[in-house]
Design a protein around this ligand. Structure first.
Ligand code: MLT
Length: 199
C-alpha cells in the first residue's frame, strides 16, 4: 500500500494511523501529528480504491451508501497491512491510534467493529460503517469523535448512533461538536489533543 511512516520520537509515544478523506492522499493529515502529540510517529496510508480519480478506502454505491463487500475486503487488507508494518518497522500495535477523517474515519471505525485492535481512536466526521453487527468487547477502549452539527455528509444522527454502538460494546466515547459542516477545524483538533493528553 502507498504509505508514509515516521517512527515515534520516544518509546511508547503514539503511532498515529492517518486515514484521509475521499479525494485525499497520505500527505493530508501529516500536519495533524505535531498538533496532537509532538513526540508521536505516524503511519499514513493512501486508500486503494479510486472514485473518479479520488482515492478512498472502500467503494460506495452512492453518497453515504457503502459497498459492504468491498468494505469488508479493504478493512481486512488494512488490518493486515498495519500488523505487518508494525513487525517490519518495529513499533508496537499497542501504540497505534487511528486518526481518520470522513471516509478514513469510516474505515477506522470498521476496523474497530471487526477486531479489538486499538485502545484509542480519533474519528473526525465519521458515519456508522455497518449496522446490525456485534462488536468485539471494547471495554478499556476510548474513542474521540469530532462532528459538525451542520455536516451535510455525516448527519448528527450518524454520530449519535456510532457513539451508542461503541458504548454498547463497552467503550468510552467523547464527542466534540462544532456548528460547522464537514470540514476539519482547528478547535476540533485542539479538543482531540486535550482528550489524548487526559489519558
Ligand atoms: C464515505 O463515503 O465514506 C462518506 O460518505 C464520507 C466521504 O464522503 O468520504
Amino acid at each position: 500500500m502507498i504509505h508514509l511512516f515516521e517512527p515515534a520520537k520516544r518509546p511508547g509515544a503514539p503511532i498515529f494511523l492517518l486515514l484521509h478523506g475521499t479525494g485525499g492522499t497520505e500527505q493530508d493529515l501529516v500536519g495533524l501529528v505535531r498538533l496532537l502529540d509532538p513526540e508521536a510517529g505516524y503511519l499514513s496510508v493512501r486508500g486503494e480504491v479510486t472514485e473518479n480519480g479520488m482515492p478512498r478506502f472502500f467503494k460506495r454505491l452512492a453518497e453515504g451508501v457503502f459497498d459492504e463487500e468491498d468494505l469488508a475486503l479493504r478493512t481486512a487488507r488494512l488490518i493486515d497491512f498495519v500488523k505487518e508494518t508494525s513487525r517490519t518497522s518495529g513499533f508496537s500495535l499497542q501504540d497505534v491510534i487511528p486518526v481518520g477523517y470522513s471516509n478514513g474515519a469510516n474505515i477506522a471505525a470498521n476496523m474497530m467493529f471487526e477486531e479489538r485492535l486499538f485502545e484509542q481512536a480519533i474519528l473526525l466526521h465519521p458515519m456508522v460503517p455497518r449496522r446490525g453487527v456485534t462488536l468485539p468487547d471494547s471495554s478499556q477502549v476510548r474513542v474521540f469523535i469530532g462532528a459538525g452539527t451542520n455536516d451535510p455528509i455525516c448527519p448528527a444522527s450518524e454520530t449519535e448512533d456510532l457513539k451508542v454502538i461503541f458504548e454498547q460494546a463497552g467503550a468510552t466515547v467523547d464527542v466534540t461538536w462544532s456548528n460547522h459542516g464537514h470540514q476539519l477545524i482547528m478547535p476540533t483538533i485542539e479538543a482531540a489533543a486535550s482528550w489524548l493528553a487526559q489519558k
